[in-house]
Every structure is written in structure tokens, then in C-alpha cells.
Unconditional design. Structure first.
Length: 76
């Protein structure tokens, strides 16, 4: 799933080389910390957080099939 997050975010940004995804696991909860270039924050978050919410929904749907809970945290 880390590859899915990496692919989704890299497809949206102008600086795909600066996208970094760090995965941490605690029991059945997986947290993905996504770091992007400061210029790309607006693209990843979107208006009123719509893009970020869409990314979270896609990743949550993929995690649901594996009976896991997922959080996506976007940082600059």
C-alpha cells in the first residue's frame, strides 16, 4: 500500500522526486506520513482538502480489504 500512496501523490505534484512516504505500523493501524515539496502542498491538499480526502478514501478502501485501518498524514 505504500506504493499506492507514493503513486497517487507523485502523480499530482510538480516535484515527484521530492515525495517521501514513511510507513509506521502499530497493531492493525498503519500510518503513512507523506512529505512533499512546499510548492506542492496546495496540489496535494486541494481546495478545502478535497484531494487529500480523496487520497485517504482510496487508501482506506484498499486497506479495508486487508482488514487494516490506515491514516494518511500529509506534511511539507
Amino acid at each position: 500500500m505504500k506504493e499506492l500512496v507514493q503513486y497517487l501523490v507523485s502523480s499530482l505534484v510538480d516535484h515527484p522526486d521530492s515525495v517521501e512516504v514513511v510507513e509506521t505500523t502499530d497493531n492493525d493501524v498503519i500510518t503513512y506520513r507523506v512529505k512533499v515539496h512546499a510548492d506542492d502542498m496546495g496540489r496535494v491538499i486541494g481546495r478545502q482538502g478535497r484531494i487529500a480526502k480523496a487520497i485517504r478514501n482510496v487508501v482506506s478502501a484498499a486497506a479495508y480489504r486487508q482488514h487494516k485501518r490506515v491514516f494518511v498524514d500529509i506534511q511539507s
